[in-house]
Design a protein around this ligand. Structure first.
Ligand SMILES: [Cu+2]
Length: 154
């Protein structure tokens, strides 16, 4: 009888964990980081310039600005190939806000970072990652100064 009860409880937990694993947005996230770098008047770029994801996994993409300018992380084709769970904003390791819904692009100010939590749902080679901010000294966009990138989903 005791064994039967144990078996029952075990079965129940297996069922619960199986049910949970069906929700792709509730996996443990794979952490990736992209850094927005540059110096006004000189250059601006994404590091790395190419970033790869796989469909079906939950990612926490940290978009970190270590430069002296604000930057966009903007890719229309990429935003259409993912399901966004949330954008999370932390200050001093404390959660400040979670933004939910369809996100097309984000803008991050110097010395700040955001987390984009998403599940890629569509494969593709997306080469339209760019930053549309204008350089304070040159008055041309960061994209024209080299701030472009590629996102691959396999
Ligand atoms: Cu920029």
């Amino acid at each position: 009888m005791k064994h039967l009860l144990l078996l029952f409880i075990l079965n129940f937990y297996c069922l619960v964990s199986y049910t949970n694993s069906k929700d792709l947005t509730r996996q443990n996230p794979i952490v990736k980081t992209i850094i927005l770098k540059g110096v006004s008047g000189k250059h601006h770029f994404f590091e790395p310039r190419e970033i790869k994801f796989f469909t079906g996994n939950l990612y926490k993409l940290i978009i970190k600005n270590t430069s002296d300018s604000k930057h966009y992380f903007s890719s229309d084709s990429f935003s259409k190939a993912i399901f966004t769970r949330k954008i999370q904003i932390n200050i001093n390791n404390k959660k400040l806000a979670e933004i939910k819904g369809l996100i097309n692009e984000v803008e991050v100010w110097p010395n700040h970072e955001i987390e984009w939590w998403f599940v890629p749902v569509k494969t593709g080679y997306f080469d339209d990652l760019n930053c549309k901010v204008k350089d304070k000294k040159n008055n041309i966009t960061h994209a024209k100064m080299g701030m472009k990138g590629v996102i691959i989903i396999e």
